[in-house]
Each structure stands twice: as structure tokens, then as C-alpha cells.
Design a protein around this ligand. Sequence first.
Ligand code: NAD
Ligand code: UDP
Length: 312
Amino acid sequence: MRVLVTGGAGFLGSHLCERLLERGDEVICLDNYFTGRKQNISHLRQHPYFEEVRHDVVDPFKYEVDQIFNLACPASPVHYQHNPIKTVKTSVMGAINSLGLAKRVNARIFQASTSEVYGDPTVHPQPESYRGNVNPIGPRACYDEGKRCAETLFFDYHRQNGVDIRVVRIFNTYGPRMLPNDGRVVSNFIVQALQGQDITIYGDGQQTRSFCYVDDLINGFLLLMNQDEITGPVNIGNPTEFTIRELAELVIELTNCNSKLIQQPLPADDPMQRKPIIDIAREKLGWEPTIQLKEGLTKTIAYFDKLLSQKS
Ligand code: NAD
Ligand code: UDP
């Protein structure tokens, strides 16, 4: 199969490209390198079935492909709030351009949606049927509403034009190839711990997240994309919930560092709790996570340790 991955040089995209090549697909990796890095895909460059394209999904693109994975969009609050108008354009125009291509070439298309469509959830844990609690005018809205609109477009192209869609709602995922300055909590805490800096807890640290290791997530992507029964949306995430303070303590334990925990203000609209119900993924895809936080953090710490020692 020929597969297009938008956002292919990013954290998740680079792992996905790797897995697609491993199973024998031809991969076109499209990225504008806003938060992606050429280094993430440098080991794939020699592969005869791998092709890189520098392009922005806001502008139309055309390739003869069998499948499209639409991942292009900054995912860290720091990066998506840097230019919020561009974030909306990336989500919405990127979805329109990707769906237009899928329609023309009759390709199956996958959308990397997010648990952020649930906003600051008042239902806990979150099933796919929950419609969410998003502030449409807050600082996270560019991402949350952009992703919600992208889901709308996917389902309208499906109903109106018969486009063959798959939609996954990704819960916080971590692992090697996150940027050291990505700004998301796992990479922040690990980099701070390894550099002996204070660990920055926003608010009192009692807010919760449920962290999924990247390899588990990519297994879920491939299972959803390569079955014919359901379109989604499907929650993919690890349902074991941690407070942010517990995460910080675990990072300190695993890195054996002397960092102190310090409190910083909680950003506006920061969701207080998040945990997926994954019954649909379990029943329809036979998917569930296999790597628990301690094991995944150990692998991620080893990655950052090597990366930071190469830099110094
Ligand atoms: P990332 O920031 O590492 O990757 C995003 C990639 O998209 C980068 O390579 C970036 O350069 C590229 N990109 C951004 N804007 C673009 C544009 N206009 N045109 C072309 N390329 C563009 O983030 P990630 O964690 O790998 O996330 C990938 C996808 O998964 C995103 O759509 C994100 O919203 C979604 N997601 C991720 C998580 C997570 O926990 N990692 C959670 C929910 C949803
Ligand atoms: N967070 C934190 N310190 C940091 C970075 C993030 O306490 O250095 C908190 C943040 O306020 C949020 C949680 O960790 O409550 C997860 O943040 P992240 O940006 O990783 O993802 P999201 O909020 O989108 O789930």
C-alpha cells in the first residue's frame, strides 16, 4: 500500500512511518517541520519505500495513495497557543485538504483526534458518547474546537461523499522523540529531573491525566485503520489515572534526582481530570495498552538521557 502520513516528522508521526515501513508499505511523510524534526525520520531516509515532502497542510496537496493518516497539528499547549489562528487553519484546512484528496483518490483516511474534544470533562471517565465541555473562546479553543470541527468534517465527508473514515481520540501519549522543549508534562518533568532543575507543577498537581506509551498507541492506530467494521470515534489511551504530582514523584524516583517540586500557576481552562473508557477499543479492535507508566517512563528517560548527553 502507498500511505500518506501528514505530520510524519512529529513525535507520533515518526513512529507511525517506521511501523508502516516495517510492514512493507510505501510511505510519503508530509510535514512543515513546525514541531517536527528531520532527526525524527533521519533513520528512515535510506529506506527505498520512504519519501519526505516539505509542505503545509493548509495548502492543497495531491498524491496517489491508498491510505491517509492525518496527524499534522501541533499537540503541545505551548506550541498550539503560539499561533492560535494557524492552529485552527491547520486543523480545519488540513482536514478539508486531506479529505478532498481521500475523496478524489478513494483512499481510506484516518484522523488523529484528541481527548481535548471532551474539554474539561464533567463526566468521568470519558466514553466516546460524551459530548464534552469545551470553552469555545478560551486559550485552548484553537486546538479543541479545531479538532472538533475536523471530526465534523470527517463525518460529513463520510455521510455526504461516502469517504471511508477512521477517527481516533488520543489520550495523553508519551515516549521517545518528544521534543525536549515540547512543553508537555512528561518531557518537561524528565528533562527538568535529568538537568537537576526544579520540577514545575502547575496548580496544586491534583489534576489527573492517563498516560499511554507510544508503541501501544500506534498498535491501536493500525488496528483501527485495518478493520472494516467501525469508523470510530474510538478512545485510545491508557485508563490508569495519575495525578500530576504522582507523575512528578515517579519521575524523581526513576531518575534518582534531587530536584524539588515547585508550584506555578495553573494555565486557564486546564482540564482537571481525564481518563478514557476503552471498551470500544477492547471489544471492536481487541486493543488494550500493555506498557504501564513505570516501564514507559524508564524507556523515555533513557531516550532523553542519551539525547541530552549528546548535546552537552
Ligand atoms: P507533534 O507536534 O510532535 O507532531 C505534529 C506534527 O505536525 C509535527 O511534525 C509538525 O511539524 C506537523 N505540523 C504542524 N502543523 C503543520 C502544518 N500546518 N502542515 C504540515 N505539518 C504540520 O505532536 P504529536 O504528539 O506527534 O501529535 C500528532 C497528532 O496527534 C496531532 O494531530 C495531535 O493533535 C494528535 N494528538 C496527540 C496526542 C499526544 O498525546 N501525543 C494527544 C491527542 C492528540
Ligand atoms: N503540567 C505541569 N507542569 C508542566 C507541564 C504541564 O504541571 O511543566 C500540567 C498541565 O497543567 C496539565 C498536565 O500537566 O494539567 C498535562 O499537561 P500537558 O501540557 O502535557 O497536556 P494536556 O494539558 O494537553 O493534557
